[in-house]
Design a protein around this ligand. Structure first.
Ligand code: MN
Ligand code: MN
Ligand code: MN
Length: 287
């Protein structure tokens, strides 16, 4: 069975490892086909690809794009994208601006709560990537305004709390069109992780399919066998190809390691067989 992982992060977004270290760790863990899918950036792809060539891993260009859909945030992974596509670059610029605005507003709120010099400290923590909510959570913990990172989210950062900031991301249609313009495949990420009822999952998948979405993640690093069965059922019903990905961010997440075999249920068609730069012809169908 081919060892495939099509959802990982580096320190070009909110991961802990450089693109080179991520690829090295993946190679050591037995990954044979890897996609780097940093949040709203393609900054790490060239470095990761170079490292993957050195380690004999098949590398797939990826990105995880943030979408606002009916008041919720969804994540759409683009696989086998051409990162130099103007429509994609425009979308990425808009998303980076939205991230920056969110960080500035969030820092303003946290300064009022007593976190001094918040934005500059968050930027220092997150560099080279722009600061995200986990970085602000660390500052809250450092300054004694909460007991842990999860406590920071519970007390201050989640919806309804003083430092919650709602971000406005891109539209679903524009996002899927940008991925298509970049010759990529649009994959709905972690479909069961949006806190939706089954009825909302149906609405989401109907909208995703109507907008031109082609695949969904079925095996995610954190999903149990029952969740994987549920995803497989949805992929079959909506005629979507299946994808597999750990959503690896850091070696500190011990429950979510690189290289664990992520087995796609056999009735689904594997998205990696469609990707250029994917497994060589001889390996197709082996997974
Ligand atoms: Mn992340
Ligand atoms: Mn995600
Ligand atoms: Mn992710």
């Amino acid at each position: 069975m081919l060892n495939v992982d099509l959802h990982t992060h580096s320190d070009c977004s909110d991961g802990d490892l450089s693109p080179e270290s991520l690829v090295l760790d993946a190679a050591r863990a037995g990954v044979e086909c890897l996609a780097l899918t940093d949040h709203d950036t393609v900054a790490g792809l060239a470095r990761a690809r170079k490292a993957a060539q050195a380690h004999g891993i098949d590398f797939i260009n990826g990105i995880e794009l943030s979408v606002s859909w009916r008041g919720r945030t969804l994540h759409i992974v683009g696989l086998a994208i051409n990162p130099d596509t103007p429509a994609l670059s425009t979308l990425i610029d808009e998303l980076q601006k939205a991230r920056d605005e969110r960080a500035t507003r969030l820092a303003g709120k946290l300064e009022k709560l007593g976190v001094a010099d918040c934005l500059a400290r968050a930027r220092a923590l997150s560099a080279p990537a722009p600061p995200g909510r986990p970085h602000f959570a660390r500052l809250l913990a450092e300054d004694g305004l909460c007991s842990s990172l999860s406590d920071a989210f519970k007390r201050h950062l989640r919806p309804g709390r003083a430092a919650h900031v709602k971000a406005q991301w891109a539209e679903l249609q524009q996002t899927i069109e940008a991925i298509a313009a970049a010759q990529g495949v649009a994959v709905l990420a972690h479909p069961l992780s949006y806190g939706m009822t089954a009825a909302w999952q149906d609405r989401m998948l109907t909208a995703f399919k109507a907008a031109g979405g082609q695949a969904m993640e079925v095996v995610c690093g954190a999903y149990n066998p029952q969740q994987i069965r549920r995803c497989a059922e949805l992929a079959t019903r909506y005629r979507l190809m299946g994808s597999v990905g750990s959503d690896f961010h850091s070696p500190a997440q011990r429950w979510l390691r690189l290289g664990r075999p992520l087995r796609l249920p056999p009735q689904l068609s594997p998205v990696w067989q469609r990707l250029h730069g994917g497994p060589p012809a001889g390996l197709e169908g082996v997974a």
